[in-house]
Ligand binder design. Structure first.
Ligand code: PEP
Length: 252
């Protein structure tokens, strides 16, 4: 089955609204046409969302968020709800990035709550999973990732699961310049697809898109995206630069 490649940028806490506007206005022409073959998404800081959406009008670039809360509204100072994101025009939301798990105490349980809420609001969750270097060295990578996936998908229906996106991001490769080898990345992405097959069925496993993230750049993207179970990339540092257009091209 051929799945449409995803090139998703995660800006993290970078680019103010003015920088976001000028970058995206420059990016539009650079990915023109390519954004029909590849799903191009920039997950931007909350404050950049509205100007970003305005800046990509007339292109196929989509704007995503990097997080959301799992309640509809109320006394949750500092949080942003899925309904707010949806009404602003957001299409995708990263859930359970390792930085959120590490610095903001997110757990597999909160990830599952957020995944279900995102789906309820017709936002596509980009569900992150990934092992530490210690876990890799202990030889428990696959077991650990399988557990993260099983919890993330608790009470998610087969039809909804199909339309989600999973991002495998080994923590030791994020922002370190140390990319997993294509074999390492493909091994885990294949194991994730197998887990989805066990949870649901072959159709669901074949439809779901699984991305690799961790120092993905314009030099290594083509080889990574050519792997059978890798359907694109979640890209941090390299999504802040014009070279991101070459990553999109690698997905064509
Ligand atoms: C990320 O933040 O999701 C990521 C993969 O970062 P980087 O590409 O900078 O390693």
């Amino acid at each position: 089955m051929s799945r449409k490649i995803v090139a998703a940028g995660n800006w993290k806490m970078n680019k103010d609204p003015f920088e976001a506007i000028s970058f995206l206005k420059e990016m539009g022409p650079l990915v023109k046409g390519k954004d029909e073959d590849v799903d191009v998404i920039f997950c931007v800081p909350f404050i950049d969302i509205l100007p970003a959406i305005d800046s990509v009008k007339g292109t196929n670039i989509k704007i995503g968020a990097q997080n959301m809360y799992f309640e509809e509204n109320g006394a949750y100072t500092g949080e942003v709800s899925p309904g707010m994101l949806k009404s602003a025009g957001v299409t995708h939301v990263i859930i359970g990035h390792s930085e959120r798990r590490e610095y903001f105490s997110e757990s597999d349980i909160t990830v599952n709550k957020k995944v279900k809420k995102a789906i309820e609001h017709k936002l596509t969750p980009i569900i992150c999973c990934g092992e530490t270097l210690e876990q890799r060295e202990q030889g428990i990578t696959i077991d650990f990732i399988r557990q993260q996936i099983k919890i993330a998908f608790l009470e998610v229906s087969k039809d909804d699961a199909k339309d989600t996106i999973i991002a495998y991001e080994p923590i030791w490769a994020i922002g370190t310049g140390k990319t997993a080898t294509t074999e390492q990345a493909e091994e885990v992405c294949g194991a994730i697809r197998k887990t989805i097959e066990e949870l649901y069925d072959t159709d669901t496993a074949q439809a779901i898109r699984i991305l690799y993230g961790g120092s993905c750049n314009e030099k290594n993207a083509k080889e990574l995206f050519a792997q059978e179970d890798i359907d694109g990339g979640l890209v941090g540092g390299a999504s802040l630069k014009k070279e991101f257009a070459q990553i999109v091209e690698a997905g064509q």
